[in-house]
Design a binder for this molecule. Structure first.
Ligand code: 13P
Ligand code: SF4
Length: 389
């Protein structure tokens, strides 16, 4: 059969084709200099295998669990953001770390690896909408407000791994800690030993769910700081009384699961276990049977009884892979509609092939570099996380 597929030409509209062209107004830009292979090229798998074999131990490929199947098969290590942060530092002999994930993860890898190692993000437009919800200038304005109120000395800033390097730097220079969805409770426990309040960035849901459901706080102990409102939309009294000051940020993927999806699946599948990621909204997590990071979700399904039914509230690439890996269990997606992370999905096989072949040709594309001062301050907060009891 002859193919009728024609590669679409790049257009000047807002929706840029993967890796082609630039949008100066976007936070990262999407430059992809050189020839990106066509997605329809039947030799892409063989090209990726050949390039990886040619590079041997010089390259180490990390893949987040939300990556596409076509990419994850080339990862030397797969993991959630905590495991990948640990693994980034595990191959000091690898010249190149190709990060199949999103921008903030590649930044953390650059911070945690040796100066001579280079971290490559196959598509520079693979950002994270949640990370973009906390911009350094906004966070500093909030902190100055806390200083004016005289409460900054009581506050420990905590940032979720899903934040830019300069937010991690802010947290490091203010004696706070980074956390991931695997260790948020440990990070908050440590923080409340250092101060009486926590300023939690940028995911309100992970902060609220951990404080209320895992640490026994009341919902009233939490306030929501909206960077788009004067004084965060909060009175001085609310800020003085709060234990958890939550930044108004969220994940656009996990934010799509609703309490109605939980009710609907329970009606449709009697006895179903609802298993969700803590980035989901509070009412969804409260209504679920189990909550945990992507690594936790994988382990829970590995350990599940054959024949048991599971509705999983996290990114669809992972849920699909888990369903295929466990044909003896009934694993379904919690929502009725498709829910991929569009930025994670930007790393596709053509971009991976392009990045690997560039390396083989002696060119180093899409290097993610964090400036030395920011890296130093962010490393303090990341090291604090890695040292959590
Ligand atoms: P974890 O990898 O920590 O589970 O976080 C999920 C996520 O949204 C990554 O972007
Ligand atoms: Fe960001 Fe959510 Fe995508 Fe993770 S899943 S990269 S938090 S938008």
């Amino acid at each position: 059969m002859t193919s009728t597929w024609t590669e679409p030409a790049n257009t000047p509209v807002a929706l840029l084709l993967l890796g082609q062209g630039t949008d100066p107004a976007s936070e990262r830009g999407v430059d992809c200099p050189g020839e990106l292979p066509a997605p329809s090229d039947p030799d892409l798998v063989a090209r990726a295998e050949a390039a990886k074999a040619a590079l041997g131990g010089r390259v180490f490929v990390l893949g987040h669990h939300y990556q596409r199947d076509e990419v994850i098969r080339f990862a030397d290590v797969t993991g959630d953001s905590f495991k990948l942060a640990q693994q980034a530092a595990a191959r000091p002999e690898a010249e190149f770390i190709v990060f199949c994930g999103v921008h903030f993860m590649a930044e953390s890898a650059d911070i945690l690896t040796k100066p001579e190692q280079r971290v490559i993000l196959p598509d520079l437009a693979a950002g994270c909408s949640m990370a973009d919800m906390a911009v350094l200038g906004q966070v500093e304005t909030a902190w100055e407000h806390f200083q004016d109120l005289g409460i900054a000395g009581d506050i420990v800033p905590v940032t979720y791994m899903n934040s830019s390097a300069d937010i991690k730097g802010f947290v490091g220079r203010n004696e706070g800690v980074v956390c991931t969805s695997s260790n948020a409770k440990r990070a908050l426990t440590w923080s409340f030993e250092q101060g009486s309040k926590v300023f939690f960035l940028p995911d309100q849901h992970l902060g609220r769910n951990t404080a209320v459901l895992e640490m026994g706080f009341d919902l009233d102990d939490c306030v929501l700081y909206d960077p788009h409102k004067p004084q965060g939309g909060l009175t001085d009294e609310q800020l003085r009384n709060a234990r958890m000051i939550l930044w108004r940020g969220h994940c656009s993927v996990h934010g799509r699961f609703t309490i109605d999806s939980v009710r609907e699946v329970r009606e449709r599948v009697p006895g179903v276990n609802v298993l969700v990621h803590p980035e989901c909204r509070h009412d969804v997590v409260r209504a679920a049977d189990h909550v945990g990071s992507t690594e936790y979700i994988i382990k829970a399904l590995d350990a599940a009884e054959p024949g048991s039914a599971w509705a999983v509230g996290t990114e669809l690439n992972l849920v699909r892979r888990l369903a295929l890996a466990h044909p003896d269990k009934r694993i379904m997606f919690l929502d009725r509609t498709v829910c991929y992370c569009s930025t994670m999905n930007r790393i596709d096989l053509p971009h991976l092939v392009w990045a690997l072949e560039e390396l083989v040709a002696g060119r180093v594309p899409n290097v993610i570099t964090v400036d030395e001062k920011t890296a130093h301050e962010a490393r303090v907060a990341l090291d604090q996380m890695l040292a959590l009891p």
